[in-house]
Write a protein that binds this ligand. Structure first.
Ligand SMILES: [Zn+2]
Ligand SMILES: [Zn+2]
Length: 408
């Protein structure tokens, strides 16, 4: 007998109870689904499936919007228990909600309403107030719809706020609770999420904003990067430049990262080098990194003895950098708007190949365009003491030399 026939066989008065039973089952299933989602998050299932985030993976797997997937992940983080590798069960952040959810009496909208209220409780209110709000609202949710829970949550929050001054306000200003969570990926990439206080947040947003403007069309081709890619490149530039800052305070010679490689790797461009953390880099990347003073390679001979490659000859002197800034006034790549403080001094002919560290062999490039010059068919020609860029044939069949018109 099909499900439809089963229900048509019921008397009219029996239908509501049947519907309630099915909803309870769906809600218990929803609770189980959140447990599985939480476990997938812990085991980084999306990484092994080749996805950048769990939300994107769930979106494809379940054919739901990324927005819905993100909402499920947020709920899972609040109501799921997690089991550590040694078998210890860490309780859910909202244990009472978890219990009611598994009983099948809460809808996912109830969970959202309770979570909103609990997370909005200021830290100074203490854990006991959080527990009180959670238990009160969970009790309300057992008998009311999510809208009522939401309204009641607002009332409780207002009461907490009125209950005297925030005693820790000064503490919060003195030491805001900034957070940054880092997750190293097996392939060497790094995932992160975090939160900044309003002041730091504004500085961050305005810095990233200025570093992630779209590039004006080059050869009629508009900047192909979507906003999140441009912001990502901007953030990478920010880190790169901050790392250089560390060098300049130490007289321009203090490496922030060591790179171990042998002379053969540098000159023949084959093989790999090792970073401090043990990660491997291919030879072409090594030459780019070793191009400016940002990273000092420890070049070893065949017997692993460090070679002195005349470091003072290949590091850009402050006076040379000043002259480069006067000439290039920022990243010299056609169409790039990044000012000089975000640039590396690129050796047009690599110092490892005997290229001198002088003005005629150097050009200022931002991090992104520095990568492009080292890892693509773009080339630089000096004409009358000025750098011109030769595009790859696929972009411009005539390979007409280009200048950055923004600097002229
Ligand atoms: Zn370079
Ligand atoms: Zn640039």
């Amino acid at each position: 007998m099909s499900a439809t026939q089963e229900f048509t066989a019921l008397r009219g008065s029996e239908l509501p109870a049947a519907l309630v039973e099915i909803f309870a089952r769906m809600r218990r299933d929803h609770a189980d689904a959140l447990d599985i989602i939480n476990e997938m998050g812990h085991r980084q299932t999306e990484v092994f499936a080749g996805y950048p985030s769990l939300a994107k993976y769930l979106s494809d797997l379940l054919r739901i919007t990324t927005r819905k997937a993100t909402g499920l992940i947020e709920q899972a983080e609040l109501v799921a228990e997690s089991v550590t590798p040694v078998g210890y069960v860490a309780p859910a952040k909202l244990p009472l909600v978890r219990q009611a959810l598994h009983e099948g009496v809460l809808d996912s909208e109830h969970v959202v309403a309770i979570a909103e209220a609990v997370t909005a409780i200021p830290d100074w209110a203490g854990p006991q107030n959080k527990q009180l709000v959670e238990s009160t609202l969970t009790q309300t949710a057992r008998t009311s719809d999510p809208r009522v829970v939401k309204q009641y949550g607002r009332i409780l929050l207002a009461r907490i706020d009125q209950d005297g001054e925030n005693p820790h306000q000064e503490d919060q200003l003195a030491e805001p609770a900034n957070e940054l969570h880092l997750h190293a990926q097996p392939n060497g990439w790094v995932k992160f999420r975090g939160i900044l206080d309003p002041e730091a947040g504004e500085e961050f947003v305005s810095l990233i904003g200025s570093l992630s403007l779209p590039q004006p069309p080059a050869e009629g081709v508009p900047d192909p990067r979507p906003a999140e890619r441009r912001r990502g490149d901007g953030f990478a530039q920010l880190c790169h430049s901050a790392a250089q800052l560390d060098n300049s305070t130490a007289g321009g010679a203090k490496p922030h990262l060591h790179l171990y490689l042998d002379y053969q790797t540098l000159t023949a461009q084959v093989g790999t080098a090792t970073l401090d953390g043990g990660a491997f880099l291919p030879a072409t990347a090594i030459r780019r990194i070793a191009c400016d003073a940002g990273l000092i390679p420890v070049v070893l001979n065949g017997e692993s003895v460090p070679l002195d490659l005349g470091q003072e000859h290949r590091l850009v002197k402050p006076s040379q950098r000043k002259a480069l800034i006067a000439r290039d006034r920022g990243c010299a790549f056609p169409g790039c708007h990044l000012p000089a403080r975000w640039t590396d001094a690129h050796h047009i002919k690599h110092w490892a190949d005997g290229g001198p560290t002088d003005l005629g062999n150097m050009v200022l490039l931002c991090r992104r365009h520095h990568r492009l010059l080292h890892h693509s068919a773009w080339e630089i020609r000096m004409v009358n003491g000025l750098p011109y860029f030769r595009p790859p044939a696929w972009l411009n069949p005539q390979q007409k030399l280009m200048r950055n018109v923004l600097r002229q």
